[in-house]
Design a protein. Structure first.
Length: 72
């Protein structure tokens, strides 16, 4: 299982509810969560063969900014 992290503007429970449907539609994601206490609002995504572009598009379509952290 791979894990990726992103800086986002998802900063509250309502934001998480908004983005849930978008992220749940991305194939390969087994689990995701947003650390809203972190100043960078870090989204952690776990799964198999994660499509980074699909994750970014899903979050942007939900209306939030997203930037990958430490991508190789």
């Amino acid at each position: 299982m791979e894990q990726r992290q992103f800086k986002t503007t998802i900063n509250c429970g309502n934001c998480i509810r908004t983005v849930t449907a978008f992220l749940n539609d991305v194939p390969g994601i087994a689990h995701w969560e947003v650390d809203t206490k972190n100043p960078e609002k870090v989204l952690t995504v776990e799964g198999e063969q994660l499509d980074i572009t699909a994750i970014i598009v899903a979050v942007e379509e939900a209306g939030f900014d997203i930037v990958p952290i430490g991508q190789d």
